[in-house]
Design a protein around this ligand. Structure first.
Ligand SMILES: NC(=O)c1ccc[n+]([C@@H]2O[C@H](COP(=O)([O-])OP(=O)(O)OC[C@H]3O[C@@H](n4cnc5c(N)ncnc54)[C@H](OP(=O)(O)O)[C@@H]3O)[C@@H](O)[C@H]2O)c1
Length: 251
């Protein structure tokens, strides 16, 4: 059974932030494993482009949806669109996230703090509850969230983000309990990956991110896929409430 456990044939996966970065790699990876996809982010055109790529390169179906994950009304519409098109969801990947830079802690406005929590924690909570409840009714499902190594090793430059992602870790364990034994809920904890985020880093931050891990480099977006596919699929059938670091061995 083990090698077949990763197959997602006949499954439907919703991926937030699926238009670029890690989310785009996750979308392509899940489609290659056999899943049909719902691809959500704020910019519909970017979601449409990835949906087209899914359909032409993998033959799977893909539905692009415009959605701001911090807005609960948008999340209701996303769920309605996904179930309207496919009738079910077997996998939810809470990937959309943001980690804005700030010069010092006093510069963190209430607006910025609220936005960081809305996108990284409040949205994933609501979407997991909406989809997880339906998954329980449907008899199964898997929820995977993208946290950050910053949640386990916070530093001064990412305090609100680290706190929100630490909340996501706690949410993972709590929702695994709430939705068990029917639905599994797990969390991937990435270190540094070469997405658009890195373009905003200064040279010292880039150097540090490449030097710290045991593997002495930052990750490529496709290197997140194996961990997400593991949690999404039956390969992890006895795993829930787990956090898996994918960080090149960051110390
Ligand atoms: N890259 C890293 O080094 C790293 C490290 C640790 C953790 N992570 C986590 O991994 C996840 C993906 O990161 P990434 O580097 O791939 O990010 P990214 O390249 O900035 O891409 C972010 C994705 O999320 C979408 N998005 C952003 N804000 C959104 C919102 N309010 N509502 C809906 N979609 C939104 C973006 O599309 P739109 O602009 O169209 O909305 C895009 O598809 C995030 O949760 C991040 O915190 C990343």
């Amino acid at each position: 059974m083990a090698v077949h456990g990763f197959d997602l044939g006949g499954r439907v996966a919703i991926v937030t932030g699926g238009s670029r970065g890690l989310g785009r790699s996750i979308v392509m990876g899940l489609a290659q494993a056999g899943a049909d996809l719902v691809i959500a982010s704020r910019k519909l055109d970017n979601c449409k482009a990835v949906a087209e790529e899914v359909e032409t390169t993998t033959g799977r179906q893909a539905l692009p949806v415009a959605c701001h994950v911090g807005h609960w009304d948008d999340l209701e519409e996303l769920v309605d669109a996904a179930y309207g098109r496919f009738g079910k969801a077997d996998v939810l990947v809470n990937n959309a996230g943001m980690s804005p830079l700030y010069p010092d802690l006093l510069s963190v406005t209430e607006e910025l703090y609220d936005k960081v929590f809305a996108v990284n924690l409040k949205g994933p909570f609501r979407l997991s509850v909406l989809v997880g409840t339906r998954m329980v009714e449907q008899g199964g499902g898997s929820i995977v969230s993208l946290s950050s190594i910053g949640s386990l090793r916070p530093y001064g430059g990412i305090v609100p983000y680290a706190a929100a992602k630490a909340g996501l870790n706690a949410m993972t364990v709590g929702l695994a309990d709430a939705f068990g034994p029917t639905v599994r809920v797990n969390c991937v904890v990435p270190g540094s990956f070469a997405t658009d985020v890195v373009q905003h880093w200064d040279e010292a931050t880039k150097r540090g991110a490449a030097e710290r891990p045991a593997l002495k480099r930052i990750g490529e977006p496709d290197e997140i896929v194996g961990a997400v596919l593991y949690f999404a699929s039956d390969a992890s059938s006895y795993t829930t409430g787990a956090l898996l670091r994918v960080d090149g061995g960051a110390v």
